[in-house]
Design a protein around this ligand. Sequence first.
Ligand SMILES: [Fe+2]
Ligand SMILES: [Fe+2]
Length: 189
Amino acid sequence: MEPISEFIQESNKLKIIKLLESTRRKNIESLLSYVTETDYFIAPASSKLEHHAAYKGGLAFHSLNVYELFNEKCERYSIDLPHEERIISALCHDLCKINFYEKNILKDGTQSKDKPYNVCEQVPLGHGEVSLYRAGKIIELTPQEEMLIRWHMGQFDGNWENNSRYVREKCPTIALFQNSDIEASRYLE
Ligand SMILES: [Fe+2]
Ligand SMILES: [Fe+2]
């Protein structure tokens, strides 16, 4: 997919801020300051063209897509999960990608087209784990949010197989959340 325009980036940012504010979660304004002060709204969602949203604003675009898909699925299946928990889980699931990518500048001074970014790992605690850690340091997460954020990678997480039975039991929406993440990255970005 093509990079998104500055206009769309700005509109995604406003939508995300509005959604987070609507949760009225304690300390949500601190979470808003955190995402605004870091590169959350301008970071890509991956480093390579063959992956998803490897362009400026990709992380915010992806997070919003996951929210929209997940919310649609929850409505469709009449899932009993409060709207605010859907918002927080989706918009925080990839906080691990904050300050995680840097531009891949070639010798001629231009940014690589095939691999626009390099990974710059600062907190090697694991993918879902870092998102959980970052969000949980600022706001109090519900048990459902914790499990959705931690296990959103599903089959792509080395620890999934050992834990999947228990996670599915305690968090009935996990499959919908994992599918939303995959669908967003494969079909929308
Ligand atoms: Fe992720
Ligand atoms: Fe994701």
